[in-house]
Design a protein around this ligand. Structure first.
Ligand code: SAH
Length: 333
């Protein structure tokens, strides 16, 4: 898909064409200009040859159909993965990538293991959303939530991620509410503070995974090099002070690594703050790490909630197609 030439093509057209084009692309989710029958044929054809709408995607379905993964390729032949998650409450969440590969290489996460290729530009992020919007349209369904939890670290590609959010949020395009959008980050203090000052009410998630720097360093050494927990917490305080919005702390439960009850008690001390909530995520297995047993996760959650910390356990979908968190990697990129 490439709509860079759009304004050029429309420059001699009446003003209302822009509105019609926006509606066709971002409300009706057309995938072919011929669908816009209100346009003269000549214009449709001009658009067809100058602004192709085709999104180059391959689908991978999960066995239980609860999540579907797509591999989207861009003009340089590099590709990213994006996932549609059908939640048990009937809502549809789309998980998008912000970078091709990831420079942070957290030990438990597959996305980092392929190295870092490049940042996505804002429209490549939007394209992932648009792909699923078109896909769900066929079922007469819509995207409810968008999460930046695919490949990459969104706050290391701050400008393009924010541009994508602005574009999705714009009344003239998708009009998708910022409150339906969540950014998950390893915790980059400077960018969190910057985000706090933005006009968009997006949700913030911090990939915490440990209650102190030494354990965190074992799991996510590069992230800890960039910012200590203390710096992250200060930035989160500032974010809450500015926005008064809840912050979600993601904590993957890794068998015998970060899941003891002693650790839960320490985590509770750090997390017992207004507007903090903890989301426990069963670790998706990889060669070094295994998920904590269900009982361990429940006991861990109980320690937190008994101490007054708001805690939820994430239903992890899509592990059968390697589409779950931290399993997004395109090997032959
Ligand atoms: N770089 C950002 C965005 C990626 S989000 C971040 O780290 O937040 C990916 C989410 O999946 C994060 O919460 C991450 O910690 C989690 N994740 C990564 N590997 C995982 C694994 N093996 N099992 C479960 N969750 C994992």
């Amino acid at each position: 898909m490439n709509i860079k030439n759009l304004s050029n093509i429309l420059k001699d057209e009446p003003k209302f064409r822009f509105k019609q084009v926006n509606k066709a692309l971002f409300v009706d989710y057309i995938s072919d200009w011929q669908e816009v029958t209100v346009f003269p044929l000549a214009l449709r054809e001009k658009l067809e040859s100058n602004c192709p709408l085709y999104i180059n995607a391959k689908l991978v379905d999960s066995g239980d159909k609860k999540s579907t993964k797509a591999l989207i390729s861009f003009s340089d032949n590099l590709s990213v993965e994006t996932v549609l998650i059908r939640q048990s409450d009937g809502r549809h969440t789309v998980c998008v990538s912000s970078q091709i590969g990831c420079p942070l290489a957290c030990k438990f996460c597959v996305s980092g293991s392929i190295g870092f290729k490049r940042n996505l530009n804002y429209f490549e992020i939007v394209e992932q959303f648009l792909f699923w919007a078109r896909y769900l349209k066929k079922e007469d369904k819509k995207i409810d939530n968008l999460v930046f939890m695919g490949m990459g670290e969104p706050l290391l590609n701050y400008d393009e991620v924010l541009k994508a959010i602005k574009f999705l949020n714009d009344e003239e395009s998708f009009n998708f509410g910022a409150r339906r959008i969540s950014i998950s980050t390893v915790g980059l203090a400077k960018q969190i503070k910057r985000l706090a000052k933005e006009p968009f009410q997006v949700n913030l998630g911090i990939s915490l995974h440990a209650y102190n720097d030494s354990l965190r360093k074992e799991l996510m050494p590069k992230a800890v090099e960039l910012n200590s927990l203390r710096e992250i917490m200060q930035a989160v305080d500032y974010y809450i002070f500015k926005t008064n919005r809840q912050v979600m702390f993601e904590y993957i439960m890794i068998d015998k690594v970060n899941d003891s009850l002693e650790i839960a008690k320490n985590l509770a001390v750090l997390m017992k703050r207004p507007l903090f909530m903890v989301n426990l995520i069963p670790c998706n297995s990889n060669e070094n790490y295994n998920p904590s047993p269900k009982k361990t996760i429940n006991d861990f959650a109980k320690v937190l909630s008994d101490k007054g910390v708001k805690v939820t356990i994430r239903e992890s979908l899509g592990s059968d197609i390697s589409a779950a968190c931290g399993q997004l990697a395109k090997i032959d990129n």
